[in-house]
Design a protein around this ligand. Structure first.
Ligand code: NDP
Length: 326
């Protein structure tokens, strides 16, 4: 590397989009013995980035944004066994809104030659979240009826594709007709435009009053109670995000009327060991290669426009994946 500095986007304090700072003179991270240095090519923008920026989730400051990326290894720590300089890789968890990220070896996966950096950065957090949800959180079976909120979003489109592939009838809620069309193209059998339709009533109609075998809810605060009422007896509600705000504390007795199961997953707990990580990554790579999942990229931004990416994802106007190219 010719210089010791790089471009990066970070915050010194949490808050609105104006707290995002873009600089071109940030020191390139040093690499600890168990880590690799990745030259990022494409990094993913995720809703969680907005929580870490806004203060919904705590961080230690200063904090460089970005939870996933794809690129090339340019340096390896002295203990690193499984990777070498020049490997094309994807990773989760490091400070990715930057030219270079230092990543623990445990968080890195090799990218095969037939998967592009763009695909790699798109399938990390969102596809792993969706796949772990439909294979472990609630094991979707043929014949199930599954409700997906924000069905045209990053995780949402993938959930529609995956649940459809597993043989479920998929109901997707969305805010606009354009999003409804996209959700249908990606596996939703029924779409509900909740800005002009009462989605609880429509779910009741579609399921003959029974409700859904599972409700997959990444919207959070504004949908939680109605998601509970749309889950059928013995069904499962998975509350996996806070796009509308965090779900307030609940009384556990809200589950008794229908013997419901409630889950609040966090992707990183599925990837705690090398074996688990390789299993889930391997399955998701396979889904991509077999074209079970198709990636829908909303927009690719320059790093200096990370602020606009945050404005866009929070505005509800995006569909599918937002990426940053380095
Ligand atoms: P999305 O692309 O789905 O964007 C969020 C969508 O949520 C919007 O497009 C919008 O869709 C909907 N929405 C509903 N209410 C609001 C609101 N008040 N403000 C903003 N958006 C709203 O984002 P992601 O795919 O990146 O993430 C989806 C969810 O999954 C997030 O809650 C995220 O935190 C969660 N997540 C959780 C993980 C975990 O480990 N638990 C991992 C990854 C993601 P519409 O216009 O159709 O209503």
């Amino acid at each position: 590397m010719s210089t010791n500095t790089m471009k990066a986007v970070f915050i010194n304090e949490q808050g609105g989009v104006d707290k995002l700072i873009y600089r071109e003179d940030v020191p390139i991270p040093t690499v600890s013995p168990d880590a690799v240095l990745v030259k990022n090519r494409v990094v993913g923008v995720n809703y969680i980035d907005t929580y870490l920026r806004s203060g919904l989730y705590p961080v230690s400051l200063p904090f460089t944004l970005g939870k996933e990326g794809a690129g090339d290894i340019v340096q390896v720590g002295s203990n690193v066994k499984n990777f070498k300089v020049g490997d094309r890789v994807v990773y989760l968890g490091a400070s990715a809104y930057a030219d270079y990220s230092s990543v623990s070896e445990a968080a890195v996966e090799k990218l095969s030659d037939d998967i592009t950096y763009e695909q790699g950065a798109s399938i990390g957090i969102q596809a792993l979240t969706a796949w772990t949800m439909v294979r472990d959180g609630y094991k979707v079976q043929k014949g199930d009826t599954i409700l997906v909120h924000a069905a045209a979003g990053g995780v949402g489109l993938l959930l529609c594709q995956m649940a459809h592939h597993l043989g479920a009838t998929v109901i997707g809620t969305v805010s606009t007709d354009e999003k409804a069309e996209l959700a249908r193209e990606n596996g939703a059998d029924h779409t509900i435009v909740y800005t002009r339709e009462n989605w609880v009533e429509r779910v009741n109609e579609i399921t003959n009053g029974l409700g859904c075998h599972a409700v997959l809810d990444g919207v959070g605060k504004s949908t939680f109670q109605d998601s509970l009422s749309s889950t059928r007896r013995l069904g499962t509600l998975i509350s996996f995000g806070n796009a509308s705000g965090a779900v307030p504390p609940i009384a556990i007795t809200c589950l008794t009327a229908k013997n419901l199961k409630l889950m609040r997953p966090q992707l990183f707990n599925y990837l705690a060991t090398r074996e688990e990580s390789q299993k889930w990554w391997g399955e998701v790579f396979d889904l991509l290669k077999k074209k079970v999942i198709r990636l829908h990229v909303h927009k690719v931004y320059d790093l200096k426009d990370a602020k606009q990416a945050h404005i866009d994802i929070e505005s509800r106007k995006t569909t599918g994946k937002l990426l940053i190219r380095l």
